[in-house]
Design a protein around this ligand. Sequence first.
Ligand code: UDP
Length: 456
Amino acid sequence: MTGKKRTFVLYPSLGVGHLIPMVELAKHLLRHGHGALIAVVDPPDTDAVSAAAVARLAVANPAIAFRLLPAPASPDVGAHPVKRDLDTLQLANPALRDLLRDSLAGAVDALLLDMFCGDALDVAAELGVPAYFFFASAAGDLAVFLNLPYLYPTLPSSFRDMGEALVRCPGMPPIQALDMPWTVRDRDSDATKVRMYQWKRIPEGRGVLGPASARRRRLRAWPAGAESLPTGESGERHECLAWLDAQPKRSVVFLCFGSKGAFSAAQLQEIARGLESSGHRFLWVVRSPPEEEGQSPEPDPDLGRLLPAGFLERNRDRGMVVKNWVPQAQVVRHEAVGAFVTHCGWNSALEAIMSGLPMICWPLYAEQGLNKVFMLEEMKIAVALGRYEEFVRAEEVEAKVRLVMEGEEGRILRERLAVAREKALGATMEGGSSEMAFAEFLRDLDKSSSVNGECN
Ligand code: UDP
């Protein structure tokens, strides 16, 4: 343990992809002898995936305290989801204040905030609690996010209208406008305004626990990102793992698209046809098409209707289709899995890297296009399949699956991944860069508490 025992309140934004890295951070803090409480905004009834994840993660991690913060639903029902999430987080501020001030009075050493929770800085300031951001995404993402509020207004138009034109962001290789974060593709939209506001607030924190790129903008940063590597869920073993046990080594293509990824019915059919003609085994997580979501709290995809006629029957011996959710961190580590078709969420990318698993990238939303660029062009550990809202043909699915599963390309990717995995593991070991950065962060906290004596 580094120094004295500290108590941290971790505050994720809405959605499973934000919660999981916070849980991993909490585990890391506990392993180092500190106390960790995760304050989660109570998911609304319409977000059954998040509600189920909170319940599952709380049961799987009894040493971590979870507190649900009641927040009134966003009053702006017609608003963009990104704006509604901001409203909800703002409306949760009083509940966060009550938790810090009343339930945990004086016992909190620091607040660790998700990148979208900048408004909680106001609560932290009011109560004199040091607040840091925890950035659980790629270093390059942070470089882009910190620069965009200043860079975007100087560009000729919205990313949406710039096509393949290159955007030059300090500290980054040039990136095609098409790969910039999907949420901000329209410069004048509410979603963009919300994101710019949230990213502008990041430098107001005491520092960033996460990638080193923050340092380029003279933010205090502790590059301990690898602390957030998800290690998986415990509890009952999912049936897909038993199915994988029965498959040959590296023979299965795994397709899973984060906590929100969903395709149109036509696109699902095309993926199915591509998988079938590739001749490879597959494990595929399927959600209801977006046009059918919202009709019930947990849309249950009707596989018989959504997939081509006879598909499930014909592929019974070599494919498994699971509705909505699998324990992905365990699946990607299974030796039967040989390739991962992913939407490039950063948790998914880290899980694949830590499993040495080649990726086939198909960004769907948020900053996934940027992550794809890092994995393809910088790390060279993946191949590209689709791009935001692009319709991908069965032939393309088949070709990319074959490329990685059969070709020399797959072997080269696996070699590079073995190196990347070793590096990431080395960073998290004693004396590794991530561990050292974490110790440095704790020393900064010591300094802050000698200034803010009231926190202890
Ligand atoms: N996940 C999972 N099972 C699923 C889908 C997702 O366990 O069926 C987990 C996945 O392992 C990852 C997280 O949910 O840890 C998704 O985070 P990511 O950053 O990849 O994507 P997001 O959901 O934020 O878009």
